[in-house]
Design a protein. Structure first.
Lengths: 154, 752
């Protein structure tokens, strides 16, 4: 039995510590916003925050996040207000199939936490682990820049 | 206003939909709550009156529009209901959109594929909106006892100006639903559109950015088990024996068994393609447990040998021999070279190409190759099934419920009306999800374990059990006279296991002496539609060849194409030319203008151009390339598209941009190889997908403005990207590239 803190809620989880964080989120906790894409950390669809940093939940064991704070797409908004990245993605509507959406948003949110006004090069570096198979990248870059504007205007 | 008579089939359809589901229905809507004032109950029982299959209206004037076609990112959940809303005359911002279930009686063909959604529903959906509006107006006319001609509508409200009366659609919905479906309704003139041709956001945007369950993999059901398949490691292999004792001891595991998909002699329809007929199945409580138990399976595989598949469908019943050999990519290429020398099937012949080539002053011959491609949908294949002796519920991502249902009906031995199919949002499709063997597998697994089951493919399963884009080759020959005029054109194309040649497309019709031939090599590698099937190779090869021809003739590549199109327009050769030469020329002229092609240009870039026609639409691109860190980089693209009326401009631009980036990625990096039948690129660390830093900074999209009924959009912009990239690469390197993926191939000298 482990205690995991997900989106500021403590969960008692009865599964082996080797299980991936992704499988716990999706199968045990019904947090299906975090997606399975490759299982090897190569596509970014499963990106969540652990202590504020973007990590691939498909290659992160549940045991390794005990005592840490995990945030998923479902917990990104605060007090009912969407995160600036969510606001920007809603407003600029960059995606197509949108399966990559949660991972993109979580990676972008982690980037903006570190660099509130990133350059295009910063965005490319931070986001090149996230695949969008529909090829909407230029629109995602625009959305992240809009998020930066929203964030820095506060 | 355009007056249109409802045709017979449409009338029958609207009538039947009224009979089947018309009148008052109780609707428990989870979506509808978004339209309620905040603070309302979490769930809300709403009475919705169904006017027809696409339009439901509540008494308090909540308008729900039903999207018939599955959504895989082409944005049909927005664009199709926009077409209904246009004619229904409702406030788009207040409309609620729901994905319909599979229901061919009420909702038509429901086929997402072939860039078909908007074009096939263009008239039916506007008619559904216009007919519903007319029925509401009739209801008001009766209630108010005024002539219908005096009633007007605006944004979901009906008015009778003379008497000052007004009422919402909702007030008249029940009465309207009982009115016979009118025979004649008027459709709006294009100039009066106020929803179509306006940019509207994705109706699922809020759910997408907050991680709500939308996809098949997210679907949950009471008592649901998880299943995974274990398929042969190589094409040409089959299951020999297995020992599941260790796997069965693993926690959470319910069952391990082998599954036969089709019984011997089962007549496969066109979309019943499956790679392996015997699969091992592991069923358990959670994905994690099932994945772990799979690792404990002890399995022996053996060569399948030649297999006989019984094909049914349009071609009639016939047996097809699937060869058993384990294939290797180098041998595949070698075999293609051998077959290319053999006589092939003549697909089209104009004039006397043999004599023209004999008399030519110069012959240019080039051969182009392209590899198998995997679709790599971001959401791996999966499906939920709950099958009992009486009925079946199937939920998941698929492009064509109407094609899946007959197969499920036969396999499960259940009548079609006992099979309920619900469509989830698809994490990509690209043609892959038209082949729903995975839904059939899920259904058989559920039937066997007598429980609701979700079948999940891992990424590796998805990539190594594919219905791939075929491997193609084509040799192009052109004969020039002593004045460098093009006097004959010959294309001979082949592939594994099909060729890609569209014999009646450009430049057919523009050259006096023309010959198109095709051949194919049978294979056990399973293939199917991949975004713009066949066109995605043709455009690469043919558009590269035309570029090289233009150069040999000392002509500008756009001018050269326009000359050929002028010929095809004024004095076409042959009869079955598929394309409209004016519209084809139109996108070339537009992209020439937008890209500043004839101006000095930006010397920083090496430019390539290409154009293509498919799915009734026309697209041209100018690609601006540089070298960056030792690799070619497409920094900027100009695109011109003629797809008739554009429903949702921003989303349409997004679609074109995506097609461009998909094309750049696949032309430079995409490819699937085999070693002894084993797919070598089984996950993203080996299968290179274009990433953010490799995508262009800008893709500037322009649409030809006209009032032509909409034609395809999801596929047409994709194929010419390959040709434009090839032609830009030539400018960067000074040498031509003939083999995809270009980044893995060394530029060849001219092959003759």
């Amino acid at each position: 039995m482990m205690i995991l803190t997900i989106n500021n809620i403590r969960h008692e989880v009865n599964i082996d510590a080797e299980a991936t964080l992704l499988s716990i989120l999706r199968d045990e906790l019904d947090l299906t916003g975090t997606k399975y894409g490759c299982g090897e950390g190569a596509c970014g669809a499963c990106t969540v925050h652990v202590n504020g940093l973007a990590v691939r939940s498909c290659t992160t064991s549940a045991g390794s996040v005990v005592g840490k704070s995990v945030t998923t797409i479902e917990g990104l908004e605060t007090n009912g207000i969407l995160h600036p990245v969510q606001q920007a993605f809603l407003k600029s509507d960059p995606l197509q199939c949108a399966y990559c959406a949660s991972g993109m948003i979580m990676s972008a949110a982690a980037l903006l936490r570190e660099k509130p006004a990133p350059s295009t090069a910063d965005i490319n570096t931070a986001m090149n682990g996230n695949i969008c198979r529909c090829g909407t990248y230029p629109n995602i870059v625009k959305a992240i820049k809009l998020a930066s504007t929203i964030l820095t205007a506060k | 206003m355009e007056k249109t008579s409802t045709n017979n089939s449409r009338r029958t359809f609207l009538k039947s939909s009224l009979l089947a589901g018309g009148g008052l229905m109780i609707h428990f809507s989870g979506l509808a709550k978004f339209a309620l004032p905040s603070g309302s109950a979490e769930t809300h029982l709403i009475q919705l009156t169904e006017i027809n299959g696409y339009v439901k209206i509540s008494a308090d004037n909540m308008i729900t529009l039903i999207c018939p076609n599955p959504e895989f990112g082409q944005n049909v959940m927005t664009s199709l209901p926009m077409m209904v809303a246009e004619e229904l005359d409702v406030d788009w911002k207040k409309v609620i959109v729901e994905m319909g279930p599979h229901d061919s009686v009420k909702l038509g063909g429901q086929f997402t594929g072939g860039s078909n959604s908007v074009r096939s529903y263009w008239r039916p959906l506007r008619m559904a909106g216009a007919t519903a509006r007319n029925m509401l107006m009739q209801a008001a006319s009766q209630t108010w006892a005024v002539p219908i001609e005096e009633i007007t509508s605006k944004a979901g409200i009906l008015y009778h100006e003379k008497s000052g009366r007004k009422g919402t659609y909702g007030e008249f919905a029940t009465k309207a639903s009982a009115i016979p479906v009118p025979k004649d309704v008027k459709l709006k003139a294009v100039k009066d559109f106020n929803v179509i041709r306006t940019s509207q956001k994705n109706v699922e945007g809020t759910k997408i950015i907050s991680g709500k369950p939308l996809f098949g993999l997210d679907y949950k059901h009471e008592g649901m088990l998880i299943a995974m398949i274990h398929h042969p490691p190589a094409f040409g292999m089959k299951l020999k024996s297995f020992d599941a004792s260790a796997a069965l001891k693993m926690p959470g595991i319910k069952n391990v068994f082998s599954l036969k998909l089709y019984e011997d002699g089962f007549e496969q329809a066109g979309f019943d393609v499956r790679s392996f007929n015997d699969l091992l199945v592991v069923v358990g409580k959670t994905t994690w447990e099932v994945m772990n138990a799979r690792k404990k399976l002890l399995v022996e595989w053996m060569p399948a040998g030649d297999v006989i598949d019984t094909m049914g469908g349009r071609g009639g019943k016939r047996d097809v021999i699937v060869p058993g050999a384990l294939e290797n990519t180098t041998a595949q290429l070698q075999k293609m070279r051998e077959f290319a020398k053999k006589p092939a099937q003549q697909l089209r012949k104009d004039g006397d190409p043999e004599t023209a080539f004999k008399n030519a002053a110069q012959i240019i011959e080039r051969t182009y190759d392209a590899p198998f491609l995997a679709h790599n949908c971001m959401e791996p294949m999966n499906f939920f099934a709950h099958v009992t002796d009486e009925k079946a519920l199937l939920v998941g991502p698929l492009q064509a419920p109407g094609l899946a249902e007959p197969t499920l009906s036969k396999i499960l031995n259940l009548p079609a009306d006992k099979i309920e199919i619900q469509m989830t949002r698809m994490g990509g499709g690209f043609g892959r999800r038209a082949y729903t063997h995975y839904a059939t597998e899920a259904a058989l697994i559920s039937k066997k374990v007598k429980a609701p089951v979700k079948l999940i493919y891992s990424r590796e399963d998805d990539t190594t059990y594919g219905i791939y884009r075929p491997m193609y080759t084509a040799t192009y020959r052109a004969a020039l006279d002593s004045n460098k005029n093009l006097i004959a054109f010959h294309v001979k194309g082949g592939g594994i296991p099909e060729h890609a040649i569209h014999a009646n497309r450009f430049p057919a019709g523009a050259v006096d002496n023309y010959l198109a031939e095709g051949w194919a090599i049978p294979s056990n590698i399973t293939i199917g539609a991949f975004r713009a099937p066949r066109s995605n190779f043709n455009a690469a090869a043919e558009q590269s060849f035309l570029d090289e021809l233009a150069e040999a003739m000392g002509k500008d590549p756009i001018d050269f194409r326009l000359e050929l199109l002028k010929r095809a327009k004024e004095n076409p050769v042959g009869k079955n030319n598929e394309y409209d030469a004016d519209r084809y020329a139109g996108v070339l002229k537009l992209v020439r203008e937008k890209s500043g092609w004839t101006g000095a240009g930006d010397k920083k870039f090496s430019r390539g151009v290409a154009a293509y026609f498919c799915h009734n639409s026309y697209a041209a691109h100018v690609v601006d390339m540089t070298m960056r860190d030792g690799e070619p980089y497409v920094e900027r693209v100009f695109s011109a598209v003629d797809c008739g009326i554009v429903i949702n401009p921003d989303a349409a631009s997004n679609m074109v941009q995506g097609a461009v980036i998909d094309g750049i990625g696949n032309s430079l990096y995409g490819g699937l190889t085999h070693k002894n039948g084993v797919v070598e690129e089984n996950n993203f660390h080996k299968y290179r997908i274009i990433r953010m830093h490799e995508a262009p900074k800008t893709v500037d999209v322009s649409f030809v403005q006209n009032d032509i009924d909409p034609t395809g959009l999801g596929e047409p912009p994709f194929p010419p990207v390959f040709g434009a990239v090839a032609n830009a690469l030539y400018k960067v390197h000074g040498r031509r590239f003939y083999q995809q993926p270009f980044l893995l191939s060394k530029p060849d000298g001219p092959s003759v």
